[in-house]
Design a protein around this ligand. Structure first.
Ligand code: PLP
Length: 297
């Protein structure tokens, strides 16, 4: 396949540092807990939050390596595929999205968006997709698409964890606990690595059986920072059935939250974290008098 030069970047403007706003909620006051939202979801409508932070140092590295094409992996509803497609368009990279499973036409909204941003989509059956990082699968993709900078699924690697750590530097308010939703654990690894003494991070797993994320967080920390920290923990009870699964209880929490605060929580990640935070405040396991930061991506 002939490669063409990526289109010129169109000069994206990112809202950095992202805003921090206090959430006033009657359910928190009796427990004397302050809740601040770190609005990483407002960084850019096409390249939200931690997806941008994960890409930042990887795009720089791709440039250093002289790669004009990003290749990455995801399910058909992957936020990461969308974000990579948009970042590629805005920063002048060609993009290839390797999608798990068969092609379904018409494309769903997520993949249609990615394709609209110029991403070339290709599909791997589920068995091959599971082996996507094996040498034979990668070399087949390289033969098909030419030399590419390969981003792992979810965009999570050591450079991504370092990018996520930067969000902590942007918070000027004092806080005790910082919370994020966890899919791969990369964001949690980066955040925890940058905290000050006495501060703690909590990751809310959006996956069922999220206990394996403990090892993943440690691995990301070793790879990115050559050290593990012991200032974080994972909550694994708030997955609502598993990744991209929802329950009526979660849906009513989302609509109630929107009524109260005018903020629409994303149900795959943010809503599960926020539900978990309110549950932990109510049960008293988040200490009285503490200030909590919730990261929206
Ligand atoms: C991708 C994503 C996450 C998951 O981050 P990990 O680093 O994979 O744990 C959390 N929240 C939102 C909104 C996301 O889009």
């Amino acid at each position: 396949m002939a490669t063409h030069r990526p289109s010129e970047p169109d000069g994206i403007s990112l809202r950095l540092p992202s805003p921090v706003v206090e959430l006033h909620d009657d359910r928190l006051r009796p427990h004397d807990v302050r809740l601040l939202l770190k609005r990483d979801d407002l960084i850019h409508p096409d390249v939200p939050g931690n997806k941008w932070r994960k890409l930042k140092f990887n795009l720089a590295e791709a440039r250093v390596q002289g790669c004009h094409t990003l290749l990455t992996f995801g399910g058909a509803y992957s936020n990461h595929l969308r974000a990579t497609a948009a970042a590629g368009r805005h920063f002048g990279f060609d993009t290839i999205g390797v999608v798990r499973g068969e092609e379904h036409l018409p494309l769903n909204e997520s993949l249609a968006f990615a394709a609209g941003m110029g991403m070339r989509l290709t599909y791997l059956d589920r068995t091959t997709y599971r082996r996507k990082t094996d040498a034979d699968v990668l070399s087949r993709l390289a033969n098909q698409f030419g030399p590419c900078y390969v981003l792992p699924e979810g965009g999570s690697n050591a450079l991504a964890a370092r990018g996520c750590a930067e969000l902590v530097d942007e918070i000027t308010e004092d806080f005790d606990t910082i919370c994020s939703a966890s899919g791969t654990g990369c964001t949690l690894a980066g955040i925890a690595a940058r905290l000050r003494q006495g501060q703690r991070a909590i990751g809310f797993s959006v996956l069922k059986g999220g206990g394996f994320l403990n090892d993943e967080v440690r691995r990301f920390q070793r790879e990115a920072f050559q050290a593990e920290t012991h200032n974080w923990s994972l909550e694994t009870e708030f997955h609502f059935g598993g990744y991209a699964k929802r329950k009526p209880e979660l849906d009513s929490f989302i609509s109630d939250f929107e009524d109260r605060h005018g903020v629409v929580l994303d149900w795959v990640y943010e809503a599960k974290m926020m539900y978990g935070i309110f549950a932990r405040v109510a049960s008293g396991s988040i200490a009285r008098g503490s200030t909590v930061v919730a990261v929206l991506c």
